[in-house]
Design a protein around this ligand. Structure first.
Ligand SMILES: C[S@@+](CC[C@H](N)C(=O)[O-])C[C@H]1O[C@@H](n2cnc3c(N)ncnc32)[C@H](O)[C@@H]1O
Length: 342
């Protein structure tokens, strides 16, 4: 399939990014994430009256799964766009499943393709990355909204929010960080600042989350602007028991528009919710905080795309741990940590 974006027009990091979606393995992982994939299917099915006879744009269609859901639930025509070579397979799948006359697939960057319709009625996209915004694919969805969506058109999903809590993770943190103090008898500790800067994407058992939760930020895709995706947001959580807080855990929730009077389809990627391939993102703090029930852990997070690699995120966490009661002055801390998600 000819591409609207020649490969050599992409920067090296863009090439690397789109190549990562060439292989079937990443699509297998996404398809098998049934919380993710069934949420999209259920949301489209729930809105089938709105999909009926509409033109739909699938931003970053990958294997074409969302395009086929849209066609199955009544869309008049679906346009799926993807820069990655996986779109060749998507075309086979569309043909094989009998949707060739109602799904058009276009290869290229969404920002470069010429759509066969001047405007679309609905945009569907699965764009979320770790810490919600990693990969910066939301930029592309906003581009699609601003250039191709009819006034009052629908975006699926249309609401998402990022959340934070404290966690006890002494053992793993110790293995991950203190390991470098003694590597076969040598001091490798200069690695530690680099290791500390990288958030860890992993499944966290819910019982290690030991504070209340706080919603960091919420985006409404109907109105959010590109500039809003670089943000500073405050949080405040309370320790739920005597324990240690060794870092923060973050996750995101996603919600789809629903017909009037119906419960919206929603899923969470938190430790309290069923597994998704996004797992959770853990940021270790420089301090290990000794907490008593009711102690306050508060601060702010600043997040922005990295200047040189725009799909990476620079994240700054400034916190104040306000211990109360027993030994409060000794246990209280204030600090700032810097991270890069790449
Ligand atoms: C997270 S995957 C989702 C794939 C598919 N929609 C699904 O739900 O299984 C995102 C896809 O978007 C594509 N993509 C990301 N940015 C894009 C852009 N600017 N233009 C075209 N495709 C893009 C990637 O190549 C990748 O296949």
């Amino acid at each position: 399939m000819e591409s609207a974006t020649p490969k050599n027009a992409l920067t090296q990091s863009e090439q690397h990014y789109f190549n990562s979606y060439d292989h079937y393995g990443i699509h297998e992982e996404m398809l098998q994430d049934s919380v993710r994939t069934l949420s999209y299917r259920n949301a489209i099915a729930q809105n089938k009256d709105l999909f009926k006879d509409k033109v739909v744009l699938d931003v970053g269609c990958g294997t074409g799964i969302l395009s086929m859901f849209a066609a199955k639930y009544g869309a008049k025509h679906v346009v799926g766009v993807d820069m990655s070579s996986i779109i060749e397979m998507a075309q086979h799948l569309v043909d094989l499943n009998g949707y060739s006359d109602r799904i058009t697939l276009l290869r290229g960057k969404l920002e470069d393709v010429k759509l066969p319709f001047p405007k679309v009625d609905i945009i569907i996209s699965e764009w979320m990355g770790y810490f919600l915004l990693y990969e910066s694919m939301l930029d592309t969805v906003l581009y699609a909204r601003d250039h191709f969506l009819v006034e009052g058109g629908l975006i699926l999903p249309d609401k998402c929010s990022l959340h934070i809590a404290g966690l006890e993770d002494f053992q793993y943190k110790d293995e991950k960080i203190n390991y470098w103090h003694d590597v076969y008898g040598f001091d490798f500790s200069p690695f530690i600042p680099t290791v500390m800067k990288e958030p860890i994407v992993d499944t966290v058992e819910s019982h290690v989350v030991n504070t209340t939760r706080s919603k960091l930020i919420e985006f409404d895709l109907n109105t959010v602007q590109l500039s809003d995706l670089s943000f500073t947001a405050n949080f405040e959580v309370q320790a739920k028991r005597r324990d240690w807080i060794n870092g923060i855990i973050t996750w995101f929730d996603v919600e789809f528009p629903a017909p009037r009077g119906k419960q919206p389809v929603y899923f969470s990627t938190g430790a309290h919710a069923p597994y998704t391939h996004w797992k959770q993102s853990v940021f270790y703090t420089k301090d290990d905080l000794e907490c008593e029930e009711g102690d306050i852990f508060k601060g702010e997070i600043t997040c922005a795309p990295n200047k040189f690699h725009k799909r990476d995120l620079d994240i700054k966490l400034s916190y104040e741990f306000q211990a109360k009661g027993v030994d409060a002055a000794r246990r209280s801390r204030k600090n700032t940590n810097y991270y890069i998600m790449h």
